[in-house]
Unconditional design. Structure first.
Length: 588
């Protein structure tokens, strides 16, 4: 394991330096009445200017959609990935990285917080549908409410002085809290920031997504299908067909048909096409003179978008590539085979940025002098997918995978409207109806599933030989079963109760709760902001400012700028999953 770490940067003041004592209503009213008088000759002090000589490194996190390690540098002989292959030569290549779910929204909620989705209550796919006319499948549309201490790590970086940006895809299932990003739909990842300010940029590359495998020919009465067909025609019009379907490998759990081979070939070609976006990012870093100041991490949100890959707890749905290019190219070309979970990204990036790792985080630091001992296990969960309820859990070590099925009286494959639009899924249903499904696929279509599954990934990488009842592997079964049970006891599991009850606990009366407005308190020349809602983050800004700042400590009052007649302090609060509070405006 490598020990890489950025040089120590000057630490910001503690995020915990906040006033915990809220005034009562009478005192609050009196204070508001006096604030204008008190602030008539003073204003808040602006944050110190960014030091252009700061050693705090930038972080660029690039996340492809729906992609297993179909990369030449990972040993795939069919892949045409020159950009990723070249980046691999400059990076540490991590070979055992696993997401916490085989589907995007639960996985992304764990990535952005460092907390497993079943702890957050974001485990069901999905809580709200982003597509008009497509329901998520839950009892109601809702935003999950994580424990009050939880924060997305970009918000913590932003509070510490980083510029944070996203290119539009958030998908955390607890809403899109307004303080996480300086720009949640940035036209460019870093060029919108003030000169010299360190940045954290998350760029999502969409053209490898499952839906980009859907056909572009023909027309459909289905509004969603027609929307995606037209989008694919537009977004993939310059894509080249490089992959010969005859050369691809069809896994044993899919029917070997021309349609399936064409989908697999299309997956390769979509990645080859999507590489162009990564190439542009890397070129922009170089053109802006930022290569030697920026940590680059490239990964994907879960495994391939093909059936039994996406939405599964098999490695085909969880195993993802991860390349880490350090600013000084330390470890370039090396391979790291330690187990890495997606919940490890948040603490690792915070540690690299020299920020404290909060106690709510369930992951561990992967690289740096703060890195922990090698993991023994990674864990994953599978719950409702759109209209199809389910509940499975998994624990994996370096060789074996354990899966527990909480709903064994149902087949793995059931009709799922979104997935069923894919040609490969239609080929699966045809094989099932004709009785021609290969044995590994027939098992997935069987009316029942085993309560427990155990696989030897070394001898059975496709996970089709269940060893759970094999006496020779009994000790391994007991060990992994105990590992999962210990993890579940630590992490908790919101799926222990029906989804409707979980929602009612988060949203009393099945109505979204509203964050209480911030309370403004002025004492000894400082403005204190608090919210009566536990776990609410507070943002503030002044007249003429568009972006909200993250409130971390009392605001210091200074002399009013010459010629400034008046200004207004605005404050707003939001707990994740709650409706945002009203804005409190204080003129002075």
């Amino acid at each position: 394991m490598h020990s890489f770490r950025a040089p120590r940067a000057k630490q910001p003041e503690s995020l915990g330096k906040q006033c915990h004592r809220s005034p009562d209503r009478l005192r609050q009213r009196c204070l508001v009445a006096f604030i204008a008088l008190l602030l008539a000759s003073c204003t808040t002090q602006e944050p110190p200017a960014v030091d252009p000589t700061s050693t705090r490194y930038n972080v660029l996190l690039v996340v492809f959609e729906d992609l297993s390690p179909r990369i030449g540098a990972y040993g795939d002989p069919v892949a045409h990935t020159p950009v990723l292959d070249a980046l691999t030569q400059e990076s540490v290549r991590y070979t055992r990285v696993f997401t916490t779910a085989g589907v995007c929204a639960p996985s992304r909620s764990a990535l952005i917080t460092g907390v497993h989705q079943q702890t957050l209550g974001t485990q069901h796919m999905r809580t709200r549908s982003p597509v008009p006319g497509l329901r998520g499948g839950g009892p109601i549309e809702y935003d999950a409410v994580p424990p009050p201490t939880v924060r997305a790590f970009p918000e913590l970086l932003r509070a510490a002085g980083y510029y944070t940006s996203n290119n539009g895809k958030t998908d955390y299932q607890f809403g899109t809290p307004f303080l996480i990003w300086d720009d949640a739909a940035a036209p460019h990842p870093w060029r919108g920031r003030p000169t010299g300010q360190p940045f954290f940029a998350m760029v999502n590359i969409m053209t490898t997504h499952e839906s980009h495998l859907w056909p572009t020919e023909g027309q459909s009465d289905n509004r969603l299908v027609e929307f995606i067909r037209e989008r694919n025609q537009r977004e993939l019009k310059d894509k080249q067909e490089r992959t010969d379907p005859a050369r691809v490998t069809v896994p044993p759990y899919l029917p070997d048909t021309p349609a399936v081979r064409a989908d697999i070939a299309r997956q390769y070609d979509n990645l080859s096409f999507a590489e162009g976006q990564l190439a542009t990012l890397l070129q922009d870093l170089k053109a802006d003179g930022l290569e030697a100041e920026t940590l680059v991490i490239v990964t994907t949100d879960h495994g391939d978008g093909l059936p039994r890959m996406k939405r599964s707890l098999y490695d085909s749905g969880l195993h993802v590539p991860m390349l880490v290019r350090f600013p000084d190219r330390r470890g370039a070309g090396q391979v790291d085979d330690q187990l890495v979970s997606f919940v490890d990204l948040a603490p690792t990036i915070l540690s690299y940025a020299e920020q404290p790792v909060p106690s709510f985080v369930q992951g561990q630091v992967v690289f740096g002098t703060d890195s922990a001992a090698r993991r023994s296990y990674v864990y994953a969960a599978m719950d409702r997918h759109d209209e199809v309820p389910d509940r499975l859990r998994a624990a994996r070590d370096e060789r074996y995978k354990y899966i527990r099925n909480f709903k064994p009286q149902a087949p793995f494959f059931r009709p799922l409207s979104f997935r069923d639009q894919m040609p490969t899924m239609q080929a699966i249903w045809r094989a099932h109806a004709a009785g021609t499904a290969p044995p590994a696929l027939a098992a997935l279509l069987s009316p029942n599933r085993p309560a427990e599954e155990l696989y030897d990934l070394q001898t059975d990488p496709h996970e089709v030989i269940n060893l759970a009842k094999d006496p020779q592997h009994h000790e391994t079964l007991i060990r992994l079963r105990a590992a999962y049970d210990a993890f579940a006891a630590r992490a908790g599991d919101a799926s222990e109760q029906p989804e409707a009850k979980m929602i009612a606990r988060m949203w009393p009366g099945m109505e979204q709760p509203v964050t209480a407005a911030p309370v403004v308190d002025v004492r000894a020349g400082r403005v204190h902001l608090t919210s009566p809602t536990p776990g609410a983050a507070i943002g503030y800004r002044f007249s003429g400012q568009q972006n909200w700042r993250v409130y971390t400590q009392p605001l210091v009052l200074a002399e009013e700028s010459p010629g400034q007649e008046s200004t207004v302090l605005e404050a707003q609060a939001e707990r994740y999953g709650y409706e945002r509070s009203a804005v409190v405006s204080v003129p002075f």
